[in-house]
Design a protein around this ligand. Sequence first.
Ligand code: AMP
Ligand code: MG
Length: 411
Amino acid sequence: MIEPQEALRIVLEKSPRLAAVEVPLPEAVGAVLAEPVASDSDLPPFDKSAMDGYAVRSADLARLPADLAVVESLPAGTAPTRPIQGGTCAKIMTGAPVPEGADTVVRVEHTEWLAGGRVPCSERHSLLQVQGVRILRSDLPQRNICLRGEDVRKGETVLDAGRVLRPPEIGLLASVGRERVRIVRRPTVAVLATGDELVSVSTVPGPGQIRDANSWSLLACCRRAGVGAESLGVARDTLDHLGDRIARGLERDVLLVSGGVSVGEWDLVPKVLRDLGVTIHFATVRMKPGKPTLFATHGRGLVFGLPGNPVSTIVGFHLFVLPALRRMMGWADPAPPTVTATLAIGAEVRGNRTAFVPAVLRWEGETWVAKAVETRGSADLVGFSRADALLALEPGTHPAGTRVEAYPLGV
Ligand code: AMP
Ligand code: MG
């Protein structure tokens, strides 16, 4: 029997980082960037207005209110055609290029349109049908202009290899013209449920039968981790049937087997794995739930045997499988994140195993406060579904107020 931390260490050590592949941009979200990316242009590419309003010369704002002639209108996407001279301005929308001569944008809320009014202006403009605007106040010294290249210069690195690509990074890659990008390949995963008692979700269970929950929860865990997984269905508790399904699963990067890994007479998964030449690294972990958690490798492929109780299966996924998938996907720090929380109610852990207790975390001003949820044990998905975290509690007594380690389970 090994410690959970040691189990995680072994899992991560044996999880290979996968090779880089090029994918279209939308497929990259959730993946790790496998190349540094430089900008193909200055960002922003031109001096651009940050407000809807009027592009003016700040010298014209020395005395307010000031009436200015409007020489053109600049929606986003247009190029200015007239430089701004003293006494004039251009109507400008957010995102439009600031015309030459203007050095500040007065937001529209600080102006008044001079309906039908004309404004005295230079000879050149007096030839035009000139409309006027009254500037009531300004935001000076703030100029409401995003300067060319202030975010990044052409050729500068915007993302280093190793970055996890979230929606902001995807938007940034689009901004610098990357339609395709190199990422670390995501593992392929097969999910296999085992047990003669299991029937499909569409079947009404007969005597002694229950519906297969774990195929679905594990597929959901993988999907949320950004990894595609396929179900191999339910294997019967026979050496032949298990052997056939497990052999198929070994063709994937990762095989997740639920059930059949404890010490019962029909827990045949370890034997089948050995017969197929798979190397088992550990098969029992000093934790509760999840003592009969198995981890094995087959070449560069990984096999996890998770105990069949539905809560144990998900706990095992979170603590061991998710970090392995993330390591394979190139995450630098794939261990499940933890926070320190204060116990709201005292807890006692009997026996000699680390307990992973389903709990609710609430931020109470200065600290996370953890409250264990009522559950009837590792088969109780009803109780577990109310939890949003796992508390790691060592054997012994933990009075209210004790600081404990909590694993948020995500939303
Ligand atoms: P096992 O790990 O195979 O000994 O199973 C432990 C418990 O989990 C038993 O009560 C099984 O009926 C239950 N179980 C096993 N696999 C599943 C599954 N796929 N969905 C729901 N419960 C399961
Ligand atoms: Mg079973």
